[in-house]
Write a protein that binds this ligand. Structure first.
Ligand code: SIN
Length: 548
């Protein structure tokens, strides 16, 4: 059904020099792993846009870690498990929350300046957290501060080679072991092969599959699609998290309003001004994100309004100024004052809870292929990620990957000749799945239709009819030969988007229950008897895995 490659590997123009490790993506997961590996090994970073352009850059609220008593990793563990609605793997969560404080120390060593108050790191709370444990930087510019400092650190390393504006099209593997990647230098329109022993897939999420998203343009699910084509297992992909409070600017673009604002005491009101989260959850506006979004959709439907209000007017202006300078300035550009005005917000696609299945060492089921950050499914998020657990997950599992690869590289010498020979063997095989090039319809139009059908039928609320309609739409294009023949980056992104959409729809159709970020109108209850398990897709087949 899906061709093995989106570009014919035989059409490459150049085989570049060998490197021990290739990192795909340059957010917190990719950069931190690359920096750690580069202490001993040669690393290439291949990234689709500029180096800092990543989902990390746009993270506002912060990064979660139980760093100060009376908080303790066990509280962080319990909150993560509760948010995950029965689908978190407990050992994966334990690794995450126990290592989190150590990883914060590493970030401080990298030069990241977290906000301080009264001489101590300032901590706030967000939805689903029972203690203030969210560190932040620059008020509401946590991701930007982390990303800038990691880029600086990476640039200071002599062992890292950078390939920005570089679109990795496929992972090359021989007998289930990686041997390199194939990538398009989009500046030169040059297809190249990069031989390597280890690949760290840290290419982020899939937000662009939806009309409304907090994610940047690069988030087209390339990592999931290429890993799937190479034979990796994809797990929990039906769980797409929508962020409750996204603001539409005058020019129609979307701007995230951090959950930290509710952490500092802001309220949600329906369009008649009534607080609707009271009596819905003991934590009211600070309930886990999936619960808040579900209530928002209910009140928006009931009141026939396409928004709810975020109300920070009762909070001190001095605090708002220090904590939310970017949000204040964005609202000001749109003629609004956070202290005086109610802000219209609605949910938007924000985070993929599932992804490429990995073990605790970050290894996928392809030898040499590791995955971390949003593209990975470590089992730590279950059916709904706890707020601010994403940056820390990228760091913790990136660290585990570094440790594992470092251990392996210490005891083995890379057999570069063998890798070269295996690349030749892969290229010599007829690429029957790569189809001929022809003229094709308007790619932008197909993307726009895909985003509409994903938003309407595979978004916050789903049902059988809508999922089947979406499946039929995808089938029409996944088998479209013209699309596969087209060589532009956009056409390849569209193939990746269709591939991921298909995987989401498959899993969403199979999971006949409502849990966390997967809500079905036709199966509104959680069904622990039948569905307390992960859905895994690999090579066109479905598997199930019990929750650990
Ligand atoms: C936010 O600042 O609200 C985003 C935090 C997150 O998604 O973890």
């Amino acid at each position: 059904m899906f061709p093995r490659y989106v570009l014919n590997p035989k059409s490459f123009k150049k085989v570049t020099g060998y490197s021990n490790c290739i990192v795909i993506g340059s957010g917190i997961a990719g950069l931190s792993t690359a920096i750690n590996l580069s202490k001993q090994h040669k690393v290439k970073i291949l990234t689709k846009s500029t180096l800092p352009e990543s989902t990390t850059w746009y993270a506002q609220g912060g990064i979660a870690a139980a760093i100060k008593k009376p908080d303790f990793w066990k509280n962080h563990y319990e909150d993560t498990i509760e948010a995950g609605q029965g689908l978190c793997d407990s050992s994966a969560v334990k690794i995450l929350v126990r290592k989190a404080p150590k990883m914060i120390e590493k970030l401080i060593e990298f030069g990241i300046n977290f906000d301080i108050s009264s001489g101590e790191i300032s901590l706030t709370t967000e939805g689903g957290h029972s203690f203030p444990r969210i560190l932040h930087a620059g008020g509401d510019a946590t991701g930007e501060e982390i990303e800038k400092k990691l880029v600086e650190n990476a640039k200071n390393s002599k062992n890292i080679e950078f390939y920005p504006n570089y679109f990795v099209t496929d992972i090359l593997a021989y007998k289930n072991r990686v041997i390199g990647v194939m990538g398009l230098d989009t500046d030169k329109n040059l297809l190249e092969i990069h031989p390597c022993s280890y690949i760290i897939l840290a290419s982020g999420g899939i937000g662009q599959l939806y009309e409304l998203t907090t994610n940047p343009e690069i988030s087209t699910g390339d990592g999931i699609a290429m890993a799937y084509r190479a034979g990796a297992s994809i797990m929990d992909i039906e769980f797409i998290q929508f962020h409750p409070t996204v603001f539409k600017t005058k020019d129609g673009s979307l701007f995230l309003i951090s959950e930290a604002l509710r952490g500092e005491g802001a309220y949600l009101r329906d369009c008649n001004g009534k607080r609707f989260m009271l009596n819905k959850h003991p934590r009211a506006e600070l309930a886990p994100r999936d619960i808040v979004v579900k209530e928002m959709v209910r009140v928006m439907n009931e009141s026939q309004c396409h928004y709810v209000y975020l109300d920070a007017t009762h909070l001190p202006r001095s605090m708002l100024k220090i904590r939310f300078p970017n949000i204040i300035s964005k609202l000001k550009e749109n003629g609004l004052d956070l202290k005086k005005d109610l802000i219209k917000v609605s949910p938007a696609a924000h985070y993929m809870n599932g992804g490429v299945k990995t073990g605790h060492d970050g290894l996928t089921d392809i030898e040499g292929l590791y995955s971390c950050g949003e593209v990975a499914a470590t089992g730590a998020h279950g059916a709904n990620r706890l707020a601010s657990n994403s940056l820390i997950e990228g760091l913790v599992y990136g660290w585990n990957i570094y440790k594992d690869i470092n251990k392996k590289l210490k005891r083995e010498t890379a057999d570069k000749n063998n890798i070269k020979k295996n690349i030749e063997k892969v290229l010599a095989k007829p690429q029957t799945a790569v189809l001929k090039e022809k003229k094709i319809k308007d790619i932008d139009k197909i993307i726009s239709e895909l985003r509409t059908i994903m938003s309407e039928n595979v978004g916050i609320l789903r049902d059988k009819k809508g999922l089947l309609e979406a499946r039929d739409f995808i089938e029409n294009y996944v088998t479209n030969k013209d699309l596969y023949g087209r060589k532009t980056k956009k056409a390849k992104e569209l193939i990746n988007m269709l591939t991921v959409a298909k995987l989401i729809i498959n899993a969403a159709r199979i999971r006949k229950e409502s849990r966390g970020t997967h809500q079905r109108n036709d199966y509104p209850q959680k069904d622990n008897k039948n569905w307390k398990k992960h859905i895994i897709q690999k090579n066109g087949k479905i598997f199930y895995k019990e929750v650990e």
